[in-house]
Design a protein around this ligand. Structure first.
Ligand code: TRH
Length: 361
């Protein structure tokens, strides 16, 4: 029988906080029979990720998950056996008091942001006593290597079929504001190869519209030289996952689409969430170090990928680095399945979380 679980999510900005929490909640309910209550402070992004969710309702049951609009007053709410505080979102004080007054204290998990940095495995699972109450909070780190919590991955996720580039290079584009984008679009438009770019709603479509110098509304298709641009509507998370499998090259960002692109096993480019102090480069370089380990025998591919990724994140010329990166895409097509096997080694995050909690109940 599954455990009862309260999963708390504060929507900081963008979609990934809700995206990660919704995916985790769905998986725990579907694959482990957990009774999950997802407390979210802004249900609007959730309604975008999963059409059918009504952002106006305080309580609703969707895909086996009880979705609750995070109320001001938690009095009378009985904590579950497991409490997951996502991304250190800070639980309501009354709820923490209720946790401490349970005959058996819930297993308290702090679900951390994903990082490829080496220190993560050493911190994964560490307990931290509450300063005044008889409660222990455990730091649960997703990750790419054994010793971490692993990555969220549905058990029934099929291995995608190998895909070879056809008459045109099919690209999916999901990014933050990115000064490198105009030069990349120009390189594609002026190149010899037909490129069909599926542009995600939001920052990507607005930047393309600015580059075009004309209106580029959702569902529009516009051509510039060898480049076809398709303005995609925002689609359900499950459909977005499929788009990543159905493309030759995926530009992703943040955390959840970054992970999905790796399970899709297609060549991909990640834009790390930009931070003022450039701290995102630490995360970017830590990931590249892991991801290119399997390419150590192929310095041409490793260098072409590293140079293009750094240029996409603001360090280097995107037009100069695109031809070499395009040239190694066929080799990266074979690197994707190898990398997916590598990141599956820690086991998936949901399974690791279930075991972690059962051991502490
Ligand atoms: O939206 P993001 O940039 O979210 C980020 C990350 O959560 C990051 O960790 C956090 O620090 C930052 O916000 C504040 O990118 P991410 O994580 O890929 O989340 C996007 C979600 O949106 C993902 O689940 C995919 C989903 N999506 C759709 O469901 N449909 C779509 O059409 C598109 C483009 C995305």
């Amino acid at each position: 029988m599954g455990l009862s679980c309260d999963l708390f999510c504060r929507v900081v900005d963008n979609l990934g906080d809700a995206g990660v929490c919704w995916r985790l909640a769905r998986q725990l309910a579907k694959e482990h029979g957990w009774a999950v209550r997802l407390w979210i402070d802004d249900p609007v992004p959730l309604a975008d990720l999963r059409p059918g969710i009504d952002p106006e309702r305080d309580v609703q049951q969707v895909d086996g998950v009880e979705i609750r609009h995070w109320p001001a007053d938690f009095s009378g709410v009985h904590p579950g056996q497991v409490v997951i505080e996502s991304f250190a979102c800070e639980l309501p004080a009354a709820f923490v008091e209720a946790m401490a007054s349970q005959p058996k204290a819930p297993v308290w998990i702090n679900l951390e942001y994903l990082s490829a940095e080496d220190w993560v495995a050493g911190c994964h699972g560490l307990p931290s006593p509450h300063p005044t109450l008889p409660l222990l909070k455990h730091f649960f780190f997703p990750g790419f290597a054994p010793g971490t919590g692993g990555l969220i991955r549905a058990r029934d996720l099929p291995d995608p079929p190998l895909r070879n580039v056809g008459a045109e290079l099919v690209v999916s584009l999901f990014c933050y504001d990115n000064p490198a984008l105009p030069a990349l679009l120009q390189a594609w438009a002026e190149g010899d190869e037909p490129v069909s770019c599926r542009v995600a709603e939001g920052a990507a479509r607005q930047q393309v519209q600015h580059w075009l110098g004309r209106n580029f509304p959702v569902n529009a298709t516009v051509r510039r030289g060898s480049l076809e641009l398709i303005a995609e509507p925002f689609v359900a998370q499950t459909e977005y996952d499929r788009r990543l499998v159905d493309s030759d090259l995926n530009f992703v960002r943040g955390e959840d689409s970054f992970v999905r692109a790796q399970w899709a096993q297609r060549p991909f480019v990640w834009q790390a969430y930009p931070q003022e102090d450039g701290a995102h480069f630490v995360k970017l370089e830590a990931f590249l170090k892991r991801y290119t380990t399997g390419l150590s025998g192929d310095p041409q591919t490793r260098n072409a990928l590293t140079n293009f990724w750094m240029a996409w994140n603001g360090r280097g010329g995107i037009g100069e680095t695109w031809p070499a990166f395009r040239g190694v895409l066929p080799r990266l097509t074979f690197h994707g399945p190898r990398w997916a096997k590598e990141i599956a080694k820690p086991g998936n995050l949901e399974q690791n979380l279930v075991c972690f909690c059962r051991e502490r109940l």
